[in-house]
Design a protein around this ligand. Sequence first.
Ligand code: NAG
Ligand code: NAG
Ligand code: NAG
Ligand code: NAG
Ligand code: NAG
Ligand code: NAG
Ligand code: NAG
Length: 435
Amino acid sequence: MDPLYKCYVSITVPFKALVDGLTFQMGLIARCTNGKTPWVLFFCLISFLTFNIVYYTDQTCHEDKCPLTRESKANISTQSNVISPNEVTIGPSMLASNIDLDFGNEVRHVAFLKVHKAASSTAQNIFLRFGWTRNLFFVMSSTKTIFGYSNMISNVETLTKSNILPTPKNKSFDILCQHVIYNKSAFDYFLPNDTIYIGILREPYEQYKSALNYFRPSYIFRKIQGDFPASRYIRDPLKYEPRSIFTSWTNNRQALEFGFPPHLFSKFNTSEVNMVLENLASEFKLVIISDQMEESILLLRRYLHWSMKDVVFLDKNVAKNKKESTLVQWNDRQFYRQWAKLDYALYEFFLRKLRAQIRDQGPDFDDELILFKEVRKNTSIFCLNNPNKDDILPIDESKWSGPFNITWEDCELLTMEEIPFFQIIGERQYGSLDM
Ligand SMILES: *[C@@H]1O[C@H](CO)[C@@H](O)[C@H](O)[C@H]1NC(C)=O
Ligand SMILES: *[C@@H]1O[C@H](CO)[C@@H](O)[C@H](O)[C@H]1NC(C)=O
Ligand SMILES: *[C@@H]1O[C@H](CO)[C@@H](O)[C@H](O)[C@H]1NC(C)=O
Ligand SMILES: *[C@@H]1O[C@H](CO)[C@@H](O)[C@H](O)[C@H]1NC(C)=O
Ligand SMILES: *[C@@H]1O[C@H](CO)[C@@H](O)[C@H](O)[C@H]1NC(C)=O
Ligand SMILES: *[C@@H]1O[C@H](CO)[C@@H](O)[C@H](O)[C@H]1NC(C)=O
Ligand SMILES: *[C@@H]1O[C@H](CO)[C@@H](O)[C@H](O)[C@H]1NC(C)=O
């Protein structure tokens, strides 16, 4: 390792982790302190301080605590074949049925652009399971939190040498599916040249409401008094927006994460926007539209030559009891449409593209869709009813899939949240954090 680079990393990594962490936590704090009882405030303060002390000290790069030295650990663990069965309870042997015709052709290099609050955790679980069961190598954030390995590379920038952990010698990345801002040249630099790019988008107003509910942006909920701060905000957003578009959760966030050039956020230019969209369309094989998740995922299955078992998913991370009525008013939508021009252009462009891609598949696509819905329903019922370790849900052979079984282990992976999932992946790739 170049000593100059090492030195650079040892200074920038902890600093950036702190800044990233703080931006993220501001949202959490704002949510947390909404309860307003002294008890809650006290608890929030204590968690905040603990979080930061641990977070920061963990990042400080001393000798064997330095992220870079984990490269040597990875070097060792790849040689001893990665995983000892006792370390992780879920084994790597749950390959999907290999009766599927295309199995030998399956795409194993995938970049999934995980956009915030676009139902992307649901889709992400598919990539996590696919890579995990085949022992593929994931791009991992170099940031650590009290939870261990982080599930987020960056909210404010694209892939860099300092925000991800290195690959071991003679190994390359297979799958990227953590939050990071898109930039084609940066992605190309780190990922193999045959990587397939997959994105995700959600109907912009739904995405906005979800971001309000989840992040409770302080520039809205702290700054604006009264009953409907977001309604006041959306009637004059520029008055309240943070100075940097990257720290906003409500300024065309989906376009921002898709790497739209910053100047378009202050001045919409139709011809330039169309150029950006055409470029994205040539770079992304598929952009999942989360309002049409099942259709999108079946296209994904067909494009990547994955099996039906690989792409079964359960509905995850869906906010329960969203009190929408306390966040927005009925006529906010029209103001949001005027404000979020980039997000609407992006969404409508890829929604049209998805519909065209589905039409290209021919009538047999709908038959597969009907079957897929049934497989998903049966799998949900099976997994959500606490199966025993030796229970099995058999799925019959069909035109699109060989027969396969859903087991208890499959359910564990299907229902696993992303943070625990990245712990087992991180441990497999780089070893335990506190070693
Ligand atoms: C990785 O392993 C190779 C071969 O054993 C060794 O030459 C090299 O020094 C190791 N790299 C690190 C960073 O430990
Ligand atoms: C890495 O690949 C090179 C060239 O293929 C080979 O000479 C070297 O031994 C490999 N190193 C390790 C650690 O496998
Ligand atoms: C992507 O990153 C490169 C290198 O940092 C930069 O030159 C380029 O302008 C970026 N592209 C976009 C679309 O932001
Ligand atoms: C892609 O990468 C592979 C392996 O690194 C290399 O052999 C191949 O020539 C590259 N293809 C192109 C088109 O760059
Ligand atoms: C929009 O972008 C195009 C192409 O970059 C440029 O020629 C044109 O002058 C821009 N229009 C405005 C109003 O800025
Ligand atoms: C789903 O479950 C029902 C009821 O158990 C069963 O009849 C049906 O064949 C199952 N569908 C598939 C695709 O396995
Ligand atoms: C499903 O499980 C049953 C019972 O263990 C087994 O006999 C069968 O071969 C399995 N089917 C597949 C496709 O793995």
